[in-house]
Design a protein around this ligand. Structure first.
Ligand code: C5P
Length: 232
């Protein structure tokens, strides 16, 4: 799979999701399904979106003991998703177990990427709540390296970290980056942002774009603006 724009479908129901995706008549965008929609609708939302021809990033961020994650991944592998994820903080053992569970009997599997440190976790929370005293940047790169060593395909990271992740883990190691905003649009609650054009320049493999598309007056136009800046 090459560089692409993934729309974060942060909707509360299948109905709202389909209403939104029905706007796209020429192309079936790559979509991200998160916890809210998955917990509301269950696996059927994945099957329905697949039937409609969408590629799917299932963003459930698994984190549990290795055996439990392995078994959960073996359920997800049968959903025919394209990308799924977990927390690198679950350790290399957990990531290796996840890969085992995700691999189908014929050897194929969806791509598996890791969340390093959530962008909502700041230095203060790392120091006080997690007792991690290293700089965030060092922790993120270390987790990325662990994910690579465990055999994963890439990480979710801030666009500002993508270049460094590639330098450390190689260009083939995928960087999937949320926190994308147009030059002239509202940042909302995202703090460290990049435009799609900048994300392309620094080598992101996929950008995850939510509100700049879903909350736009012209979602289809906003999507194609992302494609034009990031892919073409
Ligand atoms: O609307 P917006 O473009 O901010 O949406 C970004 C999407 O990426 C949301 O679904 C959000 O949960 C997700 N995400 C993020 N930052 C991370 C990990 C995931 O914004 N570090």
């Amino acid at each position: 799979m090459g560089r692409d724009v993934i729309i974060a479908c942060d909707f509360s129901s299948a109905e709202k999701t389909f209403e939104f995706l029905d706007l796209f008549t020429d192309k079936k965008p790559f979509v991200k399904i998160g916890m809210e929609l998955f917990y509301a609708e269950g696996p059927s939302i994945v099957r329905k979106l697949k039937e409609r021809g969408h590629k799917i990033f299932l963003d459930l961020k698994l984190h549990d003991i290795p055996n439990t994650v392995k078994k959960a991944m073996s359920v997800l592998r049968d959903l025919d998703i394209d990308i799924c994820n977990l927390h690198a903080g679950g350790t290399k053992k957990m990531m290796e177990a996840a890969l085992e569970g995700l691999t189908r009997p014929d050897g194929t599997r969806p791509l598996l990427i890791a969340v390093t440190q959530l962008t909502s976790t700041d230095r203060e929370a790392m120091e006080n709540d997690l007792l991690i005293h290293e700089p965030i940047d060092k922790v993120v790169m270390h987790y990325a390296k662990c994910a690579k060593e465990a055999g994963l395909d890439g990480v979710v990271c801030s666009p500002l970290e993508a270049q460094k992740v590639h330098a450390i883990c190689g260009d083939g190691f995928l960087t999937v980056t949320p926190g994308v905003r147009f030059e002239d649009s509202d940042k909302g609650d995202q703090k460290r942002v990049m435009t799609p054009a900048e994300a392309k320049k620094i080598g992101s493999d996929y950008i995850v774009v939510g509100r700049p598309i879903t909350a736009s007056d012209d979602p289809v136009g906003a999507y194609y603006r992302c494609i034009k800046e990031f892919v073409d």
